[in-house]
Design a protein. Structure first.
Length: 544
């Protein structure tokens, strides 16, 4: 299931065959498989502001995850139990993930940015039996215990006072033996539950089997241009609680023997991102489009920082031509854009070294995946026609289903096609252009307008830090394009600036796509994964 370097994209796609063994355990392949042959090989490095960077080896990961798996079993946790992970990027996060997979549990990644209501919703919906968190996460859980009858154990990392209500992560690890007989899971046995971003409605719990990791390897290798290569080391600012951080970076890299750099949780800072990559000798990075747009504020980054980047991938929103071109100029490389969603990830990709790259496109089908543009009846559409981006089943990255929601699972399919809810069009070469979420499409004077192209154009203006475009109800045009804009430092809102920005879009896109209304805001609402929550802005526009 790994790609062979030296072949063309066409050969790779034509000749690819999935070879996932009948016994496959995510925890085993990212720790024990390496520890058996190379116990001193470095698997994780943690960036510290004081320069005292920490290191964990595969031998250490295998031993500590085995101890924690034994601890889980001693607490009465069993295969199939959901175990929450409310943690930042850290060694403990990886150790806990691996331990859960080894004992046959189901990992439930949760973002520390979630408030009490969001956590309660996810823990209650999943029926989580235990949660591993840190001191900050413990404050988020305060007062929730009575509302979560299934939650029996709270395990806390670091030096915090523990008692009857919570257990010490370190004490559990040290109290149990570093050997564990890994549960004999198969590819379809459940391993991971990730809630969707909730950009268009209530989050749903997508359940994945152990095979999801194997399914991500071709896309990872494509985007990082035949990784692993000598010296490869990867980092992402994305939360590991998101499919992008966990499955586009952490788990595939560990399976392939590539060291992963972790960094402290913080609000994204462009200069700090460049510092981390320079100081930790990062060669590969996964950086979402929103973060890349914010990084444009750093002038001449290659002169300011000793960057050693070989590859950069991006996903989560459309990258856009403006940011694509900036990266080529400022970073000296082509960002390899990719596409997927929580339910079925990493199915479209790019690879500059194979000449599979085109500004404004989100890539071509990754070897092993059948992706097409279909109509509402599930019929494949010809090149140039807009429709839903869909993936044909079976596919190893495809979810097992939504947790306890057979109806929603069935509605995700049209025949054998998983429909993404994203609109796109495919050209004659197989490149897919992302138009926008079906819910986000703006209908104005008979035109169907995707917000991504408008937002990309807006962020090309020097005054615009972030932007979002939505449809506002209009009695004549059905909807008009309204833009919400967060300004770059040094710029102030004014009618003249709004007119200048409108003209900027008018002359670069078309007369029907420019924003007829512009509102300057302090910030743009984003999910924890960096996606614009246009639903909130549509509601705001409708109420204005």
């Amino acid at each position: 299931m790994k790609l062979s370097a030296g072949a063309s994209y066409e050969d790779l796609y034509r000749d690819f065959v999935w070879e996932i063994p009948e016994r496959f355990n995510m925890g085993e392949v990212v720790s024990d498989a390496w520890a058996a042959q190379h116990p001193e090989r470095v698997c994780l490095q943690h960036f510290s502001l004081d320069g005292h960077h920490l290191v964990l080896t595969y031998g250490g990961l295998a031993a500590r995850s085995a101890s924690l798996a034994n601890a889980f079993v001693s607490l009465g946790l069993k295969p199939g139990d959901r175990i929450g992970l409310l943690l930042p990027q850290s060694f403990e996060t990886v150790i806990a993930h691996v331990a859960i997979y080894k004992m046959g549990g189901i990992a439930l990644p949760l973002a520390l940015l979630f408030g009490a209501e969001a956590l309660e919703y996810r823990l209650k919906a999943s029926g989580a039996a235990a949660i591993v968190t840190n001191a900050f996460g413990l404050t988020r859980l305060d007062g929730l215990s009575e509302k979560l009858p299934d939650l029996r154990h709270v395990i806390v990392t670091g030096s915090v006072a523990t008692g009857e209500e919570c257990l010490s992560f370190d004490e559990l690890v040290s109290a149990h033996p570093p050997l564990f007989e890994v549960t004999g899971t198969g590819p379809d046995d459940p391993a991971l539950m990730i809630f969707t971003s909730g950009t268009t409605g209530p989050p749903k719990a997508a359940l994945h089997g152990h095979r999801v990791l194997a399914g991500h390897i071709p896309g990872f290798q494509l985007g990082h241009e035949f990784a692993p290569q000598a010296g490869d080391r990867i980092w992402t600012p994305s939360d590991w609680a998101w499919a992008g951080g966990l499955l586009n970076v952490l788990m595939p890299a560990l399976m392939l023997g590539i060291p992963v750099v972790s960094s402290p949780a913080q609000k994204f800072d462009a200069d700090m991102a460049f510092r981390i990559m320079a100081e930790m000798d990062v060669r590969n990075a996964f950086i979402p489009p929103t973060a890349l747009r914010l990084m444009r504020s750093v002038a001449n980054p290659r002169e300011k920082y000793d960057l050693k980047l070989r590859t950069v991938t991006s996903a989560g929103e459309a990258l856009g031509r403006e940011t694509y071109d900036w990266a080529k100029s400022a970073l000296g490389l082509t960002v390899n854009e990719l596409f997927g969603q929580t339910e079925c990830n990493f199915v479209l990709g790019s690879a500059a070294n194979l000449d599979v790259s085109k500004g404004g496109a989100i890539g071509r089908a990754v070897p092993g995946h059948h992706v097409a543009i279909i109509d509402e009846k599930g019929i494949e559409l010809p090149a140039g026609r807009m429709g839903q981006i869909a993936i044909r089943r079976p596919d190893p990255v495809m979810f097992l289903g939504y947790w306890n929601d057979a109806a929603a699972t069935a509605n995700k399919f049209v025949g054998d096609w998983l429909v993404t809810g994203d609109l796109g069009r495919q050209d004659s070469e197989g490149y897919v252009e992302f138009i926008g979420r079906d819910d986000d499409i703006i209908t104005s004077s008979g035109y169907r307008i995707g917000p991504s192209e408008i937002e990309d154009c807006l962020t090309g203006h020097p005054a615009v830090r972030l932007a979002a475009a939505v449809g506002k109800p209009d009695p004549v045009r059905t909807e008009i394009v309204k833009a919400y804009i967060a300004l770059a430092p040094g710029y102030r809102p004014s009618d003249d600036l709004a007119a200048e920005i409108r003209d900027w879009v008018k002359t670069r896109l078309s007369m029907h796509e420019y924003p007829r209304e512009i509102a300057f805001v302090d910030d743009i609402p984003l999910t924890t994964t960096g996606k614009v929550i246009r639903r909130l802005l549509r509601e705001r526009a409708a109420a204005e």
